[in-house]
Design a protein around this ligand. Structure first.
Ligand code: NAD
Length: 472
């Protein structure tokens, strides 16, 4: 595929733009493609196409829309090899992880399609029968970040389309390629205007959140941007789902099986080079197991190869973009300047690409930046505790409340700690395993609303109750 072959999909057609944006491979810093920078007129066309397509899509049978989701899954699987290469080139993740993302996206949308929308009937009110159904909202504007571009797009495409909405979707300008390609592959699969994909720079997101022709915004990204989205969406009271940032705590109890759990704990923090909303970003460890766990984590880190995700054997790719790379490096520099010790990493990498070695900071003070801020990169603090209540209090002392994890050989103890965590999701002896069958929601400033499960599907609907008079 040539550098300029990527086009937007608007009303089922390929649309190019006068202006184009560079897309960079984060492992090499080479420009690998130039994608359209959507104009205002083109964006208005995309919204108009979605509006025009809405009644026809809404009025299709539910079974037909379920079948369309199945066709999207099949398209992903059919083109998995092509999409994984593109995903590694634009995002940086190792090829095996890119393939996993494509396959997970296909599986996820297939499972979403199995949901039924509930119809509730009640005769409790004398003289009338009340029937509540869940109707689509209209046109959904979907905004996706750069860490899991394909999977997070599918989280929105699946339930939005199943419920009967049409979509205008905007990938991150850092990782637009797999999404543009998927939309191109779906042109013969979906009716024109049902799924529109537009790419652009900083002006495009605000156009979307302010547009009067859009009924709902489904946004995944940072908390700072989420606040702006909420403000802008107020103009026509758009419905909102916001999946935002987190500073997830892992709490490791004194009865943990260190040998068995060191590897999963390492990947809880470093999968996708730490660029996961639900990565373990602060690891609180009971003093009794701190030293053996620190040593075991060092051993895991030694075995892990960092490099270009396209190369064999690489498990840790680069940070995805320069701005994020600079942010992670500033946290590293801050830790170095404060005299923190490092169990692994701690130094900058040489050469091209946005590489940061997996870094574990050895028990830095609770108030340090590396503890208090969401790094969203391969740097994590290991923090010692002697009092479990204090550890839980420290874990909860955050404006975020996305997820967390508890690590223990005793399920009852672990469950008791999990129940005290102020987060929407808690894992016990694992992390990051999200499922299409359960609600995923951020507490506090980690989000508004839900993705996943039936609750996530219902967010793309509005209830309608019909009361029918009936004789007593
Ligand atoms: P970001 O907020 O910078 O960007 C996310 C998306 O919003 C991009 O498509 C971007 O172009 C767009 N955008 C930027 N400014 C906008 C505006 N004013 N109006 C509308 N759209 C705008 O986030 P990012 O750097 O791409 O992603 C990293 C963040 O996302 C982290 O904080 C991470 O925790 C969070 N995240 C959350 C989840 C979750 O499900 N909770 C999942 C993945 C990532």
């Amino acid at each position: 595929m040539g550098q300029n072959d990527f086009s937007m999909t608007i009303d089922g057609r390929a649309v190019h733009a006068g202006e184009r944006l560079d897309v960079i491979n984060p492992a090499t810093e080479d420009v690998i493609a130039r994608v359209p920078d959507c104009s205002r007129e083109q964006f208005d066309e995309a919204v108009a196409a979605a509006r025009t397509a809405f009644p026809g899509w809404r009025d299709k049978s539910y079974a037909e829309r379920q079948a369309s989701l199945g066709s999207i899954a099949a398209t992903l699987m059919e083109h998995a090899d092509e999409l994984k290469v593109l995903l590694t080139a634009e995002q940086g993740k190792p090829l095996a992880d890119a393939l996993f993302e494509v396959q997970a996206a296909a599986w996820w949308i297939g499972e979403v399609a199995k949901n039924e929308l509930p119809v509730t009937v009640t005769d409790a009110m004398p003289g009338q029968r009340s029937t509540t159904r869940h109707l689509p909202l209209g046109v959904v504007g979907a905004i996706v970040p750069w860490n899991f571009p394909l999977l997070l797009a599918i989280w929105k495409i699946g339930p939005a389309l199943l419920a009967g909405n049409t979509l205008v979707l905007k990938p991150s300008p850092n990782t637009p390629l797999t999404t543009l390609r998927l939309a191109e592959l779906l042109r013969p699969v979906l009716p024109a205007g049902v799924l529109n994909v537009v790419t652009g720079g900083d002006r495009l997101g605000p156009w979307m959140t302010a547009h009067p022709g859009i009924d709902k915004i489904s946004f995944t990204g940072s908390t700072a941007t989420g606040r702006r989205v909420m403000e802008s969406a107020a103009a026509n009271l758009k419905r909102l789902t916001l999946e935002l940032g987190g500073n997830d705590a892992a709490i490791v109890l004194d009865d943990i099986d260190v040998d068995a759990m060191a590897e999963p704990l390492f990947w809880a923090a470093f999968k996708n080079s730490g660029q996961v909303c639900v990565a373990a970003k602060r690891i609180y460890v009971d003093d009794k197991v701190y030293e053996p766990l620190a040593a075991a984590l060092q051993q895991v880190a030694k075995r892990v190869v960092m490099g270009n995700g396209a190369d064999d054997g690489v498990a840790l790719g680069p940070v995805q973009n320069r701005a994020q790379y600079e942010r992670v490096r500033s946290l590293l520099a801050d830790s170095r300047a404060a005299g923190h010790r490092f169990l692994t990493g701690g130094q900058d990498a040489d050469g091209a690409g946005f590489f940061v070695p997996a870094t574990i900071v050895d028990n830095p003070p609770e108030e340090s930046r590396v503890v208090q801020e969401e790094a969203f990169g391969p740097i994590v603090p290991l923090l010692r505790f002697t009092d479990l209540d204090d550890a839980i209090a420290r874990a909860n002392a955050s404006e975020f409340g996305l997820a967390g994890s508890v690590w223990s050989s005793n399920p009852d103890r672990a469950a008791a700690v999990a129940a005290r965590m102020e987060t929407g999701t808690v894992w016990i002896n694992s992390a990051q395993n999200l499922t299409p069958y359960a609600a995923f929601a951020g507490q506090k400033q980690s989000g508004v609303g839900v993705e996943g499960g039936l609750d996530g599907l219902l967010e793309f609907t509005t209830p309608q109750t019909i009361h029918t008079a009936r004789p007593e």
